[in-house]
Ligand binder design. Structure first.
Ligand code: GDP
Length: 444
């Protein structure tokens, strides 16, 4: 899920997080990209505006400009604002309410109310160990009543009988009475939906709400409807005091816009995600984890944190500058790189967390295999300063001395010099683009 939003945002932010300094233009461009990414994901326009403005305001402030790592500071702002927009803290059901806890399910027809009623019942029964009862108040569609009965049977939960033609409020009251007498701890009330918001439906569900005073009024909405999801949510929130939202069919939603709009539009927290047709396909909604998923940056964030702690910024910055100016890359730089990588838990551990790292990993593995790093450093250490700076001038006799000094063979010294040559070639190729950016990114 969220694939397209994720890749779009990811590209923008990755480009930024590699830059050492952020100009006003950088922030402007990034804000524009953010805006485009959110609009393409079908996030509601007011939510997009508000989001981008909050990010922009913070990004031009001291928080970013005075940061040693402005690109990363920007990324963090986006991450934090995403979490805020998604609702901040994780919020579950109000299980402390006086039993029976009544949950009223609201939403359009086809949004997934009946399926979600079953999913919630299963979760409350299995995870929270509650005695749960279901009832359908959809007196217009016999198939809907039957559907809930079948779901209830499958998950082993009692379903209070109802029939077409009865009054929904009467059904709900009778079910609540029965639930009390049977000491049920939760009563989930499924309701009728229409294909679009209409006054009769709103009146009916408002009457149900008034009659049974539910502790939870959950609005169920199909995430694939994008902007419409936000509009429908608003219509329901205007008429009913929603306590939460369940976003369904998230498994089929690559854009993810509804997740970002719904909280802002309704003021109610998203409590669950429906991620499939099965009764077990329900996830608790964690704003922070969803933000990470959207950014596709979970690993990059931890890499940034590790880097900030471990990398010698001065050295990385110097190397980046040197490469940028097309200056020679020598054996001292090569050794510095190896030492830094060792510091970071090895080449593999570091590259793994970088976007596109797998490709680089393959390339560097040839020139710089992890197991040889220690030996390579020893070889370089036993060279003279002049040899390190002008590796091309190292003669055969020098190589024998270097091998003896580092406790290795001449072949090892030759191999190291070949690896160095390959690495230098690669550095030359990517100095203007990838690697320069990478090193500046590491320098922060
Ligand atoms: P209702 O009219 O609101 O009660 O909607 P239903 O519960 O009958 O769901 C409508 C359709 O959506 C059914 O085919 C469900 O199987 C499907 N559905 C519901 N939730 C999900 C979900 O999270 N993922 C997927 N893929 N399908 C879902």
């Amino acid at each position: 899920m969220f694939e397209s939003l994720s890749s779009r945002l990811g590209n923008t932010l990755r480009a930024l997080s590699g830059s050492g300094r952020l100009t006003e233009d950088d922030v402007k461009n990034a804000s524009r990209e953010l805006r485009m990414a959110l609009l393409e994901a079908d996030v509601a326009l007011p939510v997009v505006r508000d989001f981008v403005e909050r990010v922009r305001a913070r990004a031009v402030g001291a928080e970013v400009t005075q940061s040693l790592t402005p690109g990363q500071a920007f990324l963090r702002i986006v991450q934090q604002e995403l979490v805020t927009t998604l609702g901040g803290e994780t919020q579950g059901l109000n299980l402390r309410a006086q039993p029976p806890l009544v949950i009223l399910m609201a939403g359009l027809q086809g949004s997934g109310k009946t399926t979600t009623s079953g999913k919630l019942a299963l979760r409350l029964k299995d995870v929270d160990k509650k005695k749960v009862m279901l009832v359908s108040c959809d007196v217009y569609r016999p198939a809907a009543i039957e559907q809930l009965r079948i779901v209830a049977e499958k998950i082993g939960v009692e379903c209070f009988p109802s029939a077409v033609g009865q009054n929904p409020v009467d059904i709900a009251r009778a079910a609540l009475d029965h639930a009390r007498r049977a000491y049920a701890e939760v009563l989930i009330v499924d309701t009728a939906g229409r294909t679009s918001v209409d006054e009769a439906m709103m009146q009916e569900i408002a009457a149900l709400h008034a009659a049974i005073e539910p502790a939870e009024t959950l609005f169920v909405v199909d995430s694939m409807t994008g902007q419409d999801a936000a509009n429908t949510a608003k219509a329901f929130a205007d008429r009913l005091p929603l306590s939460g939202v369940v976003l369904t069919k998230v498994d089929g939603d690559a854009r993810g816009g509804a997740a970002l709009s719904v909280r802002t539009v309704t003021g109610a927290p998203i409590k669950f995600l429906g991620v499939g047709e099965k009764s077990s396909a329900l996830e608790v909604f964690h704003p922070d984890r969803i933000a990470s998923r959207i950014l596709g940056q979970g690993d990059v964030l931890s890499l940034i944190e590790e880097t900030v702690q471990k990398v010698d910024r001065d050295k990385a910055e110097k190397l980046a500058q040197k490469l940028k100016k097309n200056k020679r890359f020598d054996l001292e730089d090569f050794r510095d790189q190896m030492l830094q990588m060792q510091n970071m838990g090895g080449v593999g551990a570091m590259l793994e967390k970088l976007p596109g790292g797998a490709q680089m990993q393959a390339q560097l593995a040839k020139a710089n295999p992890e197991k040889e790093v220690g030996r390579s450093i020893a070889i370089i250490n036993s060279m003279t300063r002049r040899e390190r700076r002008f590796p091309d001038h190292i003669k055969a006799s020098h190589r024998r001395r270097i091998a003896a000094g580092s406790g290795t063979q001449v072949q090892d010294v030759n191999r190291l010099l070949r690896q160095f040559d390959q690495t230098r070639d690669m550095m030359k190729k990517v100095a203007s683009g990838g690697m320069g950016k990478l090193m500046r990114g590491l320098a922060g």
